[in-house]
Write a protein that binds this ligand. Structure first.
Ligand SMILES: Nc1ncnc2c1ncn2[C@@H]1O[C@H](COP(=O)(O)OP(=O)(O)OP(=O)(O)O)[C@@H](O)[C@H]1O
Ligand SMILES: [Mg+2]
Length: 292
């Protein structure tokens, strides 16, 4: 049976999007069919983590009823497809998040796993994610505030009928002041399914526009993310010892981000907006760099 899993957090910026992208690839490499759905409708960036920015038809067109789910679905790699969220602010205002459950129900007939990248917090969009997904994984940093907010998210999940599979602690630095694993577990009342270290390779992955899974499958963070895939499938993930290895070669043979767009004027507009947002983000980065 298809597992529909919302990847959630209390605080923002803890690593949900990064984990969705790389966990999806790890599951796909284990032979599972996966659909990644970006439900962070106002701050979408899963497309950047997958180097798939600028797809013309997105969840926004699906949720306003202008396009079909098939039109908004793009192939990323063998066994893995992706539905972007889109960045149009005008369109977002017309989106009805309640319809998300219908979309999830429909795509769940096409894959073993549907992973939903959710917004931070417990606003209407997160609630829509949690009510659409039967299960959830909570991501938190090893900090008291992150854990407390994660607990609120877990409680919200319970109210919406979504069961927490476990907690993935991300960006562990092993420095003084970090919340201990045991305290995090006690606070959240959920099993810990991954302990992901702070890993600079993840930052480089974003710069190089290549998910960590394809760029460095042996990196400490990727090995921990892959443990979530093992937890979900019962299949042990064995990263290649040297060279690209089987898993990486499966993916590198593929056209990362194959184009299947069927443009219409609204969709082209949305693509332009995504490209513009990416350009602005790049400019901001340059400005920030110059200030240093
Ligand atoms: N283990 C890690 N080590 C180092 N950097 C990380 C790690 N995990 C995530 N990051 C970085 O932290 C930042 C935030 O990650 P990401 O966008 O995945 O978080 P998010 O929870 O999806 O954020 P938001 O709530 O805004 O959607 C990114 O720059 C990402 O590269
Ligand atoms: Mg995110």
């Amino acid at each position: 049976m298809t597992r529909t899993i919302a990847i959630v957090s209390g605080k923002g910026g803890v690593g949900k999007t990064t984990i969705v992208a790389n966990l999806g690839l790890a599951l796909a490499s284990l032979g599972k069919s996966v659909i990644l759905l970006d439900a962070d409708l106002d701050m979408a960036n899963l497309e950047l983590a997958l180097d798939m920015a600028g797809r013309p038809i997105t969840m926004q067109e699906v949720l306003t009823g202008e396009s079909t789910i098939a039109d908004a679905t793009y192939e990323v790699a063998t066994n893995m497809k992706f539905i972007p969220a889109g960045v149009s602010i005008e369109q977002y205002r017309r989106v009805d998040p309640e319809k998300l459950a219908k979309v999830v129900a429909e795509v769940s007939t096409q894959a073993d796993f549907v992973l939903i990248d959710c917004p931070a917090g417990i606003g209407r969009d997160t609630m829509a994610c949690l009510s659409a997904a039967k299960e959830n994984i909570i991501i938190a940093m090893p900090e008291t505030m992150s854990a407390v907010d994660a607990f609120k998210t877990k409680m919200t999940g319970e109210k919406m009928g979504s069961e927490t599979i476990g907690l993935a602690i991300n960006q562990i630095r092993k420095i003084r002041g970090e919340e201990s694993e045991r305290d995090m577990q006690t606070m959240l009342e959920a099993p810990i399914i991954a302990r992901i270290p702070y890993d600079n390779d993840l930052k480089i992955s974003i710069l190089e526009k290549k998910p960590l899974f394809t760029r460095k499958p042996n990196s400490p963070a990727m090995i921990e993310i892959a443990k979530i895939a093992a937890h979900l499938t019962g299949i042990e993930f064995k990263p290649p010892e040297k060279g690209p290895g089987l898993l990486q070669s499966i993916l590198s043979k593929l056209p990362f981000g194959r184009k299947t767009e069927k443009p219409n004027s609204q969709a082209t507009q949305s693509a332009k907006q995504t490209q513009q947002a990416t350009k602005l983000a790049m400019q901001a980065k340059v400005i920030q760099g110059n200030k240093k």
